[in-house]
Design a binder for this molecule. Structure first.
Ligand SMILES: [Zn+2]
Length: 257
């Protein structure tokens, strides 16, 4: 009998379970909640050598099970789960989202068939469908002891972030960084360097982080997207983004040096 880690979602809410050492993804031989008719159980790889499965439920678990078992948003689960379980939960969410959005071929309208853990195929036109991942860049721009931070209109809360944006068709990542910085702030940058990347399953992104130095130009904010933005001195920073974001890792890296 095989034991699995079970990633169970109701919409964007993830099932977590309190164990003796804090919250975890439920583990066991059988699914922790009845699998609804029509819901596919997906294999999503292994975590610490334990195979992982994911499925969607149509009704959240009853509140009476709280606090032992509860449904939490993926972002909130970052503060509750060990990091590796949070990361795998993001993968599970992307696979379930893909499954939900590829039930029919967009060209033929017929039901697709699953051909692998992450592949589906249209039986009519033979087109194949894999999880879409949308790349976005994010860049930390420094000028001496100051860093460029911006506040997007769609940010929840009161924190500031870094210049970021989605890759466009036909663009290199480097071109994307230069374009986004110019569009959002009107400045030129130099010494662009790769920093690191991070899956961003909200719902299907990957963030690709860079660092750069200010080169020239006056800040002129793109008013449709940003409500504030400026170079802030190290000693006088606004509220930083949350720990789970690559923006914060870029900031912490800068503050540590
Ligand atoms: Zn088709």
């Amino acid at each position: 009998m095989t034991t699995y880690k079970w990633f169970v979602y109701y919409k964007d809410q993830l099932l977590v379970e309190q164990q003796t050492n804090g919250f975890h993804i439920p583990i066991g031989v059988e699914p922790p909640v009845k699998v609804p008719i029509g819901s596919t159980i997906h294999n999503i790889g292994t975590l610490q050598d334990i195979p992982c499965k994911a499925y969607a439920i149509h009704i959240p678990i009853s509140g009476e099970e709280a606090p032992i078992r509860q449904m939490v948003g993926l972002r909130a689960s970052y503060d509750m789960l060990p990091f590796e379980e949070y990361k795998q939960a993001g993968k599970a969410f992307q696979i379930l989202n893909w499954d939900q959005n590829t039930r029919y071929c967009p060209a033929c309208g017929v039901p697709t068939k699953q051909i692998s853990d992450i592949g589906k195929k249209c039986p009519e036109c033979r087109q194949e469908f894999y999880p879409h991942i949308s790349p976005a860049i994010i860049v930390r721009i420094t000028k001496g002891d100051s860093v460029l931070m911006v506040r997007a209109k769609n940010f929840r809360g009161t924190y500031y972030g870094l210049v970021a944006g989605f890759l466009e068709a036909g663009e290199t990542l480097e071109e994307c960084v230069h374009r986004e910085v110019m569009e959002e702030t009107g400045i030129r940058i130099k010494n662009l360097k790769y920093f690191g990347s991070q899956p961003w399953p909200y719902p299907s992104g990957v963030m690709i982080g860079f660092t750069a130095d200010y080169e020239s130009g006056e800040i002129k904010l793109q008013e449709e997207e940003l409500c504030a933005g400026a170079f802030f001195h190290k000693e006088n920073l606004p509220e930083l983004p949350g720990k789970l974001s690559l923006a914060r890792k870029l900031m912490d890296d800068w503050l540590d040096t």
